[in-house]
Design a protein around this ligand. Structure first.
Ligand SMILES: [Zn+2]
Length: 165
């Protein structure tokens, strides 16, 4: 399993000097540590040794898990793995495949609402993204549009507008 903390720290209650250093420099967050430890425990009963976790983003009652492996590994058969992560963190969990494909990441983020497209809007001093979401799917967003905007801004460092059409 590939996690933000080392295997030693996954089973300890403290952090080794290397992991502590990552924490001090801001590369490693409390939720990265928490979820990494949870994943190691889940791996004891469900085989998720192929799983990869890049980082976690806690957001309100939701925990986003960014992975570079197939998201299905962290979802598990019938959603068993994701349910176990959710039970252990006490939050709703969403698994998002991290990659260069911004569109796919955003699609995963807003599921089951449908993303009709992403437009780039250029303006003085930069550019922003306009997410076009199906009007009838507004109620399917797991958090409201404002939260998605601030989440994506924090994550992709881009300004976002969401239009429902
Ligand atoms: Zn460590």
């Amino acid at each position: 399993m590939n996690c933000p903390i080392c295997k030693r720290c996954a089973w300890a209650t403290d952090l080794c000097p290397q992991c502590s250093h990552l924490k001090k420099t801001g590369t490693l967050s409390d939720s990265d540590v928490e979820v990494s430890r949870i994943l190691h425990r889940i791996n004891e009963t469900h085989n998720i040794s192929e799983a990869h976790l890049s980082r976690t983003i806690p957001f309100e009652g939701t925990m986003l898990l960014l992975t570079r492996s197939e998201p299905g590994i962290l979802i598990g058969k019938g959603g068993k793995v994701v349910a176990a992560i959710s039970a252990a963190t006490g939050k709703k969990v969403r698994i998002i495949r991290e990659g260069r494909d911004e569109k796919r990441m955003i699609t995963d983020l807003i599921l089951p609402a449908r993303l009709l497209g992403i437009n780039t809007r250029f303006h003085e001093g930069g550019q922003s993204l306009v997410l076009r979401v199906a009007k009838g799917d507004r109620h399917k967003l797991f958090v409201d549009a404002l939260m998605i905007k601030s989440l994506i801004k924090d994550w992709l460092k881009k300004d976002i507008d969401i239009v429902f059409e």
